[in-house]
Design a protein around this ligand. Structure first.
Ligand code: ADP
Ligand code: F6P
Length: 324
């Protein structure tokens, strides 16, 4: 078992996600309530390498639970991918007395955490990404807010699309993963949902579908397109040419990453933040916290990174049936 942890460091890394602040607040307050010190590391691994490290108190995380983004800022850091950078990061943790590190981020950030764990720093990862693409968990901090933001935006596009009897392609984020697209596709009643994990590139099938739906009286045609497929403007042009139906593309973009977190993101991020500290206090380190089958769980970081995840086939097939 690792020696008793006295000082916890916390950082956010990779793309920000609504709810990260709730997680930071929970880490800080749970640690302080347990008599531990907390240091906030700004701008992810970049800030760690630059020793941009500040003492955190209970008051320093007041008035943040409702705010999107991350008060600790975030970054992508190339140096952390090098052996030299990684050794330096571990040394800096030791120099600042950080004997437990909470890393809030996505898979990439967990790779960095795993390296630090192998270099002797006790780490715990919290899944923070709007993309929901972390294999060991059914929930990631920020997904719920992002998907609700995208859903509301698509509802708005649908209003104007129906009024003008147009076809609309709406591109949502998710990097290579189609979770936001699939959930919005279902929630917004899209006629077509294009996700990286399943799309076969058959544009003619979409065109036939649009023409068929028009014939049976549909006034709009909503296509939710995942970022990983992209090319929404090109697709809109080709569809308009082929069908003669006015077609517009909307890329929702970074609006999906911001905004006040939903209740779910605040509560789950808080629970995960508290669990991270409890794990470190109890000597259970080099873990990733997740949520599976209705429970908060934790896995060995190496094991978590080796897990694979795919779109729920039943959900995907249901979405296809409902869009007919
Ligand atoms: P996310 O954490 O959202 O997946 P990234 O993939 O951009 O975002 O990773 C965030 C940061 O984690 C990177 O900028 C880098 O500093 C660190 N990181 C990513 N991959 C590795 C790796 N293989 N080894 C060490 N650090 C890594
Ligand atoms: O990982 C979150 C995410 O918003 C992805 O959905 C998207 O592909 C990417 O980050 C965008 O990154 P950036 O903000 O660096 O453009």
């Amino acid at each position: 078992m690792s020696k008793q942890v006295k000082t916890i460091g916390v950082l956010t890394s990779g793309g920000d996600a609504p709810g990260m602040n709730a997680a930071i607040r929970a880490v800080v307050r749970t640690a302080i309530a347990s008599g531990l010190k907390v240091k906030g590391i700004r701008r992810g691994y970049s800030g760690l390498l630059e020793e941009d490290i500040v003492d955190m108190s209970s008051i320093s995380v007041a008035d943040i639970i409702q705010r999107g983004g991350t008060i600790l800022y975030t970054a992508r850091c190339a140096e952390m991918r090098t052996e030299e950078g990684q050794k330096k990061a571990a040394e800096i943790c030791r120099k600042h007395g950080i004997d437990g590190l909470v890393v809030i981020g996505g898979d990439g950030s967990f790779q960095g955490a795993r390296v630090l764990a192998n270099l002797g720093i006790n780490t715990v990862g919290l899944p923070g990404t709007i993309d929901l693409d972390i294999a060991c968990t059914d929930y990631t901090i920020g997904f719920d807010t992002a998907v609700n933001t995208a859903m509301q935006a698509i509802d708005k596009v649908r209003d104007t699309s129906t009024s003008h009897e147009r076809c609309s392609i709406i591109e949502v984020m998710g990097r290579n993963a189609g979770y936001i697209a699939l959930w919005c596709g279902i929630a917004n009643g899209a006629e077509d949902i294009l996700i990286t994990e399943r799309y076969d590139g058959n544009e003619q099938r979409i065109i036939d579908n649009i023409i068929e739906k028009r014939k049976v009286g549909k006034k709009h045609h909503i296509i939710v397109n995942a970022e990983g497929i992209g090319d929404s403007y090109g697709m809109a042009k080709r569809i308009e040419e082929a069908t003669g139906i006015e077609t517009r593309a909307t890329i929702i973009g970074h609006i999906q990453r911001g905004g006040s977190p939903t209740c779910k993101d605040r509560v789950y991020a808080s629970a995960m933040g508290a669990r991270a500290v409890d794990l470190l206090r109890n000597g259970k380190t080099n873990r990733v916290v997740g949520y599976r089958a209705g429970e908060f769980v934790d896995y060995d970081i190496q094991e978590a990174l080796e897990m694979k995840k795919d779109i729920d086939e039943n959900l995907y097939q249901m979405a296809r049936k409902l869009s007919r």
